[in-house]
Design a protein around this ligand. Sequence first.
Ligand SMILES: NC(=O)c1ccc[n+]([C@@H]2O[C@H](COP(=O)([O-])OP(=O)(O)OC[C@H]3O[C@@H](n4cnc5c(N)ncnc54)[C@H](O)[C@@H]3O)[C@@H](O)[C@H]2O)c1
Length: 359
Amino acid sequence: MTRGFGIVGTGVIAAIHADAIALLSETGLSETGLSETGLPPARLAAVTDVDAGGAVAFAAARGCPAEPDLGALLARRDVDVVCVCVPSGLHAAIGVQAAKAGKHLVVEKPIDVTLEAADQLIDAARAAGVALTVISQHRFDPGLVELKRLLDDGTLGRLVLGEASTKWYRAQAYYDSAAWRGTYAMDGGSLMNQGVHYVDLLRWCMGPVAEVSAMCSTQAHQIEVEDTSLAVVRFVSGAVGTILSSTAAFPGFPQRLEITGTEGTVTIEDGRIVGRALAGQADPTTLAPAAEADAGPSAAADPAGVDIASHAAQLADLLDAVEGGRDPAVSGRDGRDALEIILAVYESSRTGRPVRLSS
Ligand SMILES: NC(=O)c1ccc[n+]([C@@H]2O[C@H](COP(=O)([O-])OP(=O)(O)OC[C@H]3O[C@@H](n4cnc5c(N)ncnc54)[C@H](O)[C@@H]3O)[C@@H](O)[C@H]2O)c1
């Protein structure tokens, strides 16, 4: 039996989904690091987009049919999983319809732009008994897999400090390229769109956030949302941290995560460990520079610079979760938790006051 994917929205990120599905169908799951045992092969069954011409061109390039609308795509019995690749403020609306049609869900980040919409999506998936994963592909990057192992086995000791930084560059032309970009209703600012990846990683590593104090500003673009945000965070554990995100940092730098515990510090850049100082090491202060040869695609200055392998690993995890009757590694709840932190950053910046989180 084959697992058929349908893609809704055939823009920039849809190409990565199609490439990831192709990788899974070509290689089985061996390149994803997940077991191949019992997992059915994947294939792209159909796509759709409100821009019919765009969908037809995308489908022709991928050798699959373009359906005229969402209803037609959801009516296909060979579509088991729907990848929601539309503007962020439409994720829940499309996802709820797909869940009601009995399709498993891969929803691009962020889960949506409001907690109400996120809750509707999570509830709809639960009610329909379908699996829901929100894309956070960097959890599957090799450096993050290794860092999580070090955290889980206690190598870093008790966590003290976590820093997440996304200093990227987007020209005004990026925001002008589609009407939804840079709007509150459909996109959110640099933290909601670009920084969300490392916000999820920070929470994944450090645990739940108790309180946020933040400042956001719009400095280098004609947009209604922020292009730069800076937050100080207190975690429920008592550890503290910082979140920084910008699309005004020319020419764009690696995304960075640094986790410090009582027994050491690990530094990640663009998904690879570039520094590891552990109390048990012979030379505990040695920080290794990133090997040039290891550098993969980077979205620091290119919105399409996304590594296919990590998306493929997350799609494979969803298939494995469906087969095994377990929750996906990145759940709808995880997507909601990242969104809650981002919205708290925005509220704190707006009000000038610290914001306490409920989860
Ligand atoms: N995981 C990542 O690294 C990553 C990278 C880029 C974008 N994204 C996310 O992917 C989503 C899409 O971003 P993008 O850059 O591909 O945008 P895009 O504008 O290039 O593509 C969105 C597509 O959705 C279509 N669309 C709009 N409304 C629709 C509807 N109701 N039904 C069907 N199609 C509809 C548009 O016509 C467009 O073709 C966003 O949520 C974004 O945050 C994730």
